[in-house]
Unconditional design. Structure first.
Length: 184
């Protein structure tokens, strides 16, 4: 099934709260707070979400559930050991809900022309919500022993992002179509 078809069959109202209509450059600070607050109290309807659940052995599965002018909703399905490249989120603001399992997030700072600087590492457990801001540079992985599933809301929709080389700081422009990038 294509992303377009999936986008037409997932209704964001399933989340139980309305997604705000945002300006082209993304949500205001008030809208961000509202989305984060609502996401924290979202009860996942697995009868709906379960239809889109799938895993692949070679890379985490990135599935677009919804796309409109303001928002893109992705579901990511992670087997143990799967992880992203180090990346930013282009011009998009994002929020993530861990729906199942645990995810480990390592964050970085990117000084101009220098290797990345490690900032933090933390484990996001089921039900936890985190922000992927325009400043966030991170790597996300499933270091648990069971699969994990996460829900990601981006506004404006992810049109581009960058992956980073940790040792040199070099960054590479990535189109969304190829943004299912991973290092295992
Ligand atoms: Fe991310």
């Amino acid at each position: 099934m294509t992303d377009t078809a999936l986008a037409s069959i997932f209704c964001p109202a399933t989340l139980g709260w309305p997604l705000p209509d945002c300006e082209p450059d993304g949500p205001t600070a008030d809208q961000q707070r509202a989305v984060l607050g609502a996401l924290r109290h979202t009860r996942i309807d697995w009868a709906v979400m379960g239809r889109h659940l799938a895993f692949e052995a070679d890379c985490y599965l990135r599935r677009r559930l919804f796309l409109n002018r303001s928002w893109e909703i992705l579901m990511l399905c992670w087997l143990p050991g799967q992880k992203t490249a180090i990346h930013d989120h282009g011009a998009s603001w994002g929020s993530t809900l861990v729906m199942m399992g645990d995810l480990t997030e390592r964050t970085y700072r990117a000084p101009e022309g220098q290797p990345l600087e490690f900032k933090t590492e933390g484990v996001l457990t089921t039900g936890q919500v985190t922000v992927e801001s325009r400043e966030t540079i991170h790597e996300v992985s499933n270091q648990g022993v069971v699969p994990a599933v996460s829900l990601h809301l981006y506004s404006p929709p992810l049109r581009f992002l960058h992956s980073y080389d940790e040792s040199t700081g070099a960054k590479r422009y990535v189109e969304p179509a190829e943004s299912r990038f991973c290092t295992r």
